[in-house]
Write a protein that binds this ligand. Structure first.
Ligand code: NDP
Length: 379
């Protein structure tokens, strides 16, 4: 005699769901292929079928969601130095993290040619190569690194819900946000043509390559003032391009640039074109927006410092942000206003924005997530 196989409750439920799923599919195809085509008026079935099918579709969506939503202990969104460092720590702590890399795997550093200021690389390293090293290191400890962009989140319940590319639904106990910030650009063609060949959005990263040369900084905020002062210590001359007749930077920063003999400020000026050849930038054409007068300036480095945009749009209305839309974390931690959601890297840092500070905060986020999961009995 055959012994009946005993199924646990979960397996039974899944099996029922699968059967129901196929039943629904059968009913739908029956409706499309048989009833609509051949017996439109039979017993008035057609008149009630649209409602029935809508109900079926609704039930199907619920069932698919329940079957397909992947359950994750620790989800990392974003793959810059912060995300990868969080991944290294989280995987070593046994959190089995899954990382979705976002629209630009590797983040901002993949657009930089050489990184000279990240500890551990005595001879410098290519930005993309460094990010590949970090990815390999995270994978070595078991991080599941996946392509995909988080397009929607719902942090109102536990576990948190995250949608990838508008289709894949995930449920995560803890979420680490490392989506970074993107430099704003002027929109000139030369910014793309000469990116890494004279055009940069980070003086601290790339200024060293323009030692004793002539460069320009566009912008008039604290970042531009700081970058102009930084570059003046390295370069022969710095042209600061300001679009109005005053600066937005704090007074002390303004005084610093105005007093520096190596910095020449071009008021009411806008860059019309970045000039260059196969070797990179050779100059710019400026236009005075009051007089209409244009002039060409010979230089080799063009630094755009008109602000950054943190990648936080999908968190609006759920996570606390400052006036510039950077995520707010508790002082000395990576905790956001929602329990179990942590933020690290440039997405929560408008001041330092360095790969090494991002990496440090990624470590903090993983430690915070581990402690939180343990305290909640989820790890
Ligand atoms: P800001 O938004 O403060 O300044 C951006 C600057 O870029 C403005 O002067 C703006 O001009 C100019 N700009 C914007 N678009 C264009 C354009 N298309 N063409 C030319 N110029 C343009 O950004 P920052 O990155 O400077 O600063 C962001 C925040 O970080 C600020 O709160 C700042 O105080 C802070 N910060 C603090 C530092 C510190 O304390 N050490 C260091 C760096 C930043 P306009 O004024 O005409 O709008």
């Amino acid at each position: 005699m055959m012994t009946p196989i005993k199924m646990d409750k979960r397996t039974q439920k899944v099996k029922l769901c699968v059967i129901f799923f196929f039943f629904i599919r059968f009913v739908q195809s029956y409706k499309t292929n048989v009833i609509i085509k051949t017996q439109k008026s039979l017993f008035g079935i057609v008149s009630i079928f649209p409602e029935f099918c809508r109900l079926v579709n609704f039930l199907e969506r619920i069932i698919c969601y329940k079957i397909m939503a992947e359950k994750i202990k620790c989800l990392i969104i974003g793959s810059g130095p912060a995300g990868y460092t969080a991944a290294i720590y989280a995987s070593r702590a046994g959190l089995q993290p899954i990382m979705y890399q976002g629209g630009q795997p590797g983040g901002q550093l993949t657009t930089t040619t050489e990184v000279d200021n990240f500890p551990g690389y005595p001879h410098g390293v290519d930005g993309p190569a460094m990010m590949q090293d970090l990815e390999n290191q995270a994978k070595r400890f078991g991080t599941d690194v996946r392509f995909g962009l988080a397009t929607k989140v719902d942090f109102s319940s536990q576990p948190k819900k995250v949608w990838i590319d508008d289709t894949t639904e995930l449920e995560a106990d803890a979420v680490i946000i490392a989506t970074g910030a993107s430099a704003k650009w002027l929109g000139l063609e030369g910014e793309t043509t000469f990116n890494g060949l004279g055009v940069s959005a980070c003086a601290v990263c790339d200024g060293f390559f323009y030692r004793n040369q002539t460069v320009a900084v566009v912008g008039a905020g604290d970042t531009a003032a700081e970058e102009a002062s930084y570059l003046a210590n390295l370069c022969e001359k710095v042209h600061m391009i300001v679009r109005r007749d005053e600066m937005r930077a704090s007074l002390i920063m303004q005084e610093r640039v105005k007093k520096n003999p190596k910095i020449e400020i071009h008021w009411n000026s806008e860059t019309e074109e970045i000039l260059g050849d196969a070797n990179g930038v050779t100059g710019i054409r400026l236009k005075n927006n009051q007089t209409g007068k244009t002039e060409e300036i010979a230089l080799t480095g063009f630094f755009v410092a008109i602000g950054h945009q943190p990648n936080t749009s999908i968190f609006k209305g759920q996570l606390d942000m400052d006036t510039q839309e950077y995520l707010i974390t508790e002082k000395g931690s990576s905790r956001t206003n929602i329990e179990g959601v942590f933020a690290c890297g440039d997405v929560q840092d408008s001041i330092y924005r360095q790969a090494v500070t991002a990496a440090g905060s990624g470590c903090m986020a993983a430690l915070d997530a581990e402690r939180w999961l343990a305290a909640k009995g989820l790890h």
